[in-house]
Write a protein that binds this ligand. Structure first.
Ligand SMILES: Cc1ncc(COP(=O)(O)O)c(C=O)c1O
Length: 284
């Protein structure tokens, strides 16, 4: 994917946390992100002692709405953390422009977007840091947990290598407080084998998505995934949206379950409304 450094870590969540720490995010800082994502995105910010500042999504792409970011930038903002949700890149150009204007770092949550492109660049090579997950349900899934950080910045790569291994460069000489967050050898072995198949599997998922689009396009009650210009979608998840009725959604879920077809609501409660963030006092 044309980045200089890729550092394996123990999970996607830790890729985010170590990535943020390596970028210097610390207590009192604010990090702008989307509330419509898996909890790990915001949790990693909180675990650095920083505050997640939620910016609403574009209801068409489900990704962070770049036109709403600037209003939320303050003196304490350190970074913007877009998520490439479901496998389609967030609209990165205006995000990068804002980052440059306000001297902010851009950390991409690529947990669902391995292989997806924004213009000619693959996600994970666009901002300062890319954070990947190898959780089994992901595009490149291990048999357990795993994650990776990508960057072109040698200092960030070096810092992540230290953070993942108890803060040392040399064994038993500890320079900074770190973690045990190495990518497990057995998982790495499995990932190396599966990596060879990723392009083919992604091609097949895209073909399946085309079939869904073909057969579902006349179903009025649902909105199909939007395919934006300048973006490729790798369909980690094929997500449809019910326009009006939760009842229909629940009925379809039930029906799919009886047919043995896996499905889930991604996501039932946005992060700004989760109990853990009640103190931020967000409204519905
Ligand atoms: C958007 C997003 N970010 C972060 C993560 C965290 O990854 P992991 O489960 O590997 O810790 C996930 C996956 O669960 C995810 O979907």
């Amino acid at each position: 994917m044309k980045v200089s450094y890729a550092v394996g870590v123990a999970s996607g969540t830790e890729a985010l946390q170590l990535g943020l720490l390596a970028c210097g995010v610390e207590s009192g800082d604010e990090v702008i992100t989307t509330p419509f994502t898996f909890i790990a995105t915001a949790e990693a910010i909180t675990q650095c002692g920083a505050v997640p500042v939620f910016v609403d999504i574009d209801p068409v792409t489900y990704n962070i709405d770049p036109t709403k970011i600037e209003f939320k930038i303050t003196d304490r903002t350190k970074a913007i953390l877009p998520v490439h949700l479901y496998g389609q890149a967030a609209t990165m150009k205006p995000i990068l422009e804002l980052a440059e204007k306000y001297n902010l770092l851009v950390i991409e949550d690529c947990a669902q977007s391995l292989g997806a492109k924004y213009k000619e660049k693959k996600t994970g090579s666009i901002g300062d840091v890319g954070c990947f997950s190898f959780f089994p349900s992901k595009i490149l899934g291990a048999y357990g947990d795993g994650g990776m950080i990508t960057t072109n910045n040698p200092e960030i790569a070096e810092k992540v290598k230290m953070l993942r291994n108890h803060g040392c460069k040399e064994k038993y000489y500890h320079l900074i407080p770190g973690f045990n967050s190495r990518l497990d050898n057995l998982q790495a072995t499995i990932l190396r084998v599966k990596l060879n198949h990723i392009d083919n599997w992604t091609k097949k998922r895209k073909q399946a998505a085309e079939l869904y689009a073909h057969y579902l396009k006349e179903v009025d009650e649902i909105t199909l995934p939007y395919l934006g210009p300048d973006k490729s979608h790798v369909f980690n998840y094929y997500t449809i949206r019910f326009k009006n009725s939760q009842k229909n959604r629940n009925q379809l879920q039930q029906h799919l379950r009886t047919q043995g077809i896996a499905n889930a609501i991604y996501y039932p409660v946005s992060l700004h409304l989760q109990d853990v963030y009640r103190h931020l006092k967000h409204k519905n």
